[in-house]
Design a protein around this ligand. Structure first.
Ligand SMILES: *[C@@H]1O[C@H](CO)[C@@H](O)[C@H](O)[C@H]1NC(C)=O
Ligand SMILES: *[C@@H]1O[C@H](CO)[C@@H](O)[C@H](O)[C@H]1NC(C)=O
Ligand SMILES: *[C@@H]1O[C@H](CO)[C@@H](O)[C@H](O)[C@H]1NC(C)=O
Ligand SMILES: *[C@@H]1O[C@H](CO)[C@@H](O)[C@H](O)[C@H]1NC(C)=O
Ligand SMILES: *[C@@H]1O[C@H](CO)[C@@H](O)[C@H](O)[C@H]1NC(C)=O
Ligand SMILES: *[C@@H]1O[C@H](CO)[C@@H](O)[C@H](O)[C@H]1NC(C)=O
Length: 477
């Protein structure tokens, strides 16, 4: 009987193993050439892979540690149940799978614009099919280790094969590949030929840089992948495939896609209002006349404010619209009526949606299973407490704790404050159903402006345990 039981288990394990087997392992940048993972617009796979490689760091024991908390849904990570399985079968004690890349989650607004850009500026399911999946071990004390990294994708919609990930297009990513991608940030161009057996010349890099900006290492990664994938196609044509919808089957690749230089952003005025920033508008469009328009959100046609762009490629405009999550800037053609009235014409491109916490993830409250995040609503500085459900005594422990709002990193005196236990439970949004966490919020009377900071103070008379990054400290890409 034992033998039969064993055999049964053996067969079961064998079938699980074969059903759940991934297609292969990617060991180096060169291996990316054989797979279709964000190599063409509007897919975002290569950008996800670049982002993850640069947000994992290797400790002295060779572990891949995470700079974020996937269980808290940072950056839109979510738990992946692997059913039907497309990744190796996983016992609960060996970790959990977390997936990154669904651009419909509000958390993904925290990702840099180079990852979300094609999503907001294209249509169709292809723009949201790529994923990076991590097998994550929770080490306690807010330490997370990725034991495995995978790239995968949804089935193409027209194949009608459900909403799982396609195991035949799922690959394990060797840590060496991640290190190579990390290394591209500070590699000397002269060593590329001998390291990768690839000739990447400066003019090729420049044409990618014009579009993708200066995110360290990104342009080189794209250049190498393009080089390995389509060796015999003109580089400009290759680069175009990454940045825009092929027009009429790429018959005319010489039309430079000058729209891809445009950058639009929502920032903060010193009065808690939305500030629109634009740059890179090509002369061709400036000559025709363009307007920037602030919308309530990507899904909304409600126009909150607008301004004509004069003859300058870059500029900014302080609106009187209170800052709120979801706000979006779009660039439109300007249409003149009777040479006097300017009205809004066709759309040219759009920004990502405004992330309510300004792309910052929560700051841990030292020694406790809780974290603090500064965010904005109706132009006011607000704070959010993430409390792990296992920290059941938090109300007692934090009975004398408070959150203070400060006008800048350097000030000692808060402008306003609230007891931690007086925060109200978040019940009707994204945050209400993060498994393992309860989320509490407080909206202060303080106007949001650049530099504002929230701090968590344990006792009435002191004991700072956390402070958020100052609002808009990041130079955003
Ligand atoms: C990364 O760069 C370092 C120093 O330049 C080099 O020693 C190492 O081999 C590189 N690693 C990979 C995986 O390319
Ligand atoms: C660099 O690449 C471009 C585009 O592929 C090509 O036109 C140009 O001749 C190359 N320049 C050099 C110096 O190899
Ligand atoms: C717009 O807001 C920014 C940021 O608060 C501020 O520095 C700038 O002076 C404002 N510009 C105008 C014209 O009010
Ligand atoms: C953004 O809006 C466009 C047009 O309404 C829509 O096709 C797309 O799905 C929207 N994307 C998001 C993130 O909501
Ligand atoms: C802390 O606990 C004491 C006694 O249980 C209570 O009187 C006090 O109101 C609590 N503090 C806060 C901020 O709720
Ligand atoms: C995402 O954010 C928008 C506000 O921008 C909100 O209306 C919506 O409910 C959020 N989505 C979810 C699933 O909570």
């Amino acid at each position: 009987m034992i033998g039969r039981g064993f055999l049964g288990c053996f067969i079961l394990c064998l079938s699980l193993a074969s059903v759940c087997a991934v297609k292969g392992t990617l060991n180096s940048i060169k291996d990316l050439k054989g797979i279709e993972f964000g190599h063409t617009f509007p897919r975002h796979g290569l950008m996800l892979l670049h982002w993850i490689a640069n947000n994992i760091y290797n400790d002295n024991n060779g572990n891949m540690r995470l700079n974020f908390n996937p269980a808290r849904r940072d950056y839109g990570f979510h738990f992946y149940g692997n059913r039907p399985c497309s990744l190796p079968f996983l016992l609960p004690e060996s970790g959990r799978y977390y997936s990154l890349g669904n651009m419909n989650s509000n958390g993904s607004r925290a990702l840099p614009y180079y990852v979300t850009r094609s999503f907001y500026n294209s249509r169709g399911p292809e723009r949201n099919m790529d994923r990076v999946v991590l097998r994550v071990r929770d080490e306690g004390s807010n330490q997370f280790i990725a034991d495995e990294v995978y790239v995968t994708q949804h089935y193409p919609l027209n194949e009608n094969r459900g909403t799982g990930y396609d195991p035949t297009r799922t690959y394990r990513v060797n840590v060496i590949l991640l290190r190579q991608i990390q290394n591209l940030s500070n590699i000397n161009l002269n060593v590329i030929p001998q390291t990768y057996h690839a000739e990447i010349n400066h003019s090729s890099l420049q044409s990618l840089r014009n579009t993708w900006g200066d995110t360290p290492g990104l342009v080189l990664l794209l250049a190498l992948v393009l080089h390995f994938t389509h060796r015999n196609i003109l580089f400009k044509e290759q680069a175009l495939r990454l940045t825009s919808q092929p027009q009429s089957g790429m018959d005319n690749p010489r039309v430079e896609d000058d729209k891809s230089l445009i950058k639009l952003e929502v920032k903060t005025t010193d009065r808690g209002k939305a500030r629109i920033i634009w740059s890179g508008i090509p002369k061709r469009l400036l000559d025709q006349g363009v307007m920037v328009v602030l919308y309530k959100s990507n899904g909304s046609e409600s126009k909150l404010d607008r301004v004509s762009v004069g003859g300058k490629a870059s500029g900014s405009y302080n609106t009187s619209v209170p800052l709120n999550p979801g706000l979006q800037v779009r660039l439109h053609k300007k249409v003149m009526i009777l040479c006097v009235f300017a009205t809004i014409g066709d759309e040219i491109c759009r920004s990502s949606e405004f992330h309510d916490a300004n792309r910052e993830i929560p700051a841990y409250i030292n020694d406790y299973d809780a974290s603090l995040q500064l965010f904005v609503k109706d132009g006011k500085a607000c704070a959010r407490l993430y409390v792990k459900k296992s920290f059941t005594a938090w109300k007692k422990t934090f009975n004398n704790s408070w959150v203070g709002f400060y006008s800048s990193e350097g000030t000692l005196d808060h402008k306003t404050w609230q007891w931690a236990v007086k925060f109200s439970e978040e019940s009707c949004s994204d945050w209400a159903d993060i498994p393992g966490y309860d989320v509490y919020v407080y909206k202060s009377s303080m106007t949001m402006s650049p530099g504002v900071q929230a701090r968590f103070i344990l006792e009435k008379s002191g004991g700072e345990k956390a402070r958020t990054p100052p609002w808009e400290r990041l130079v955003q890409g």
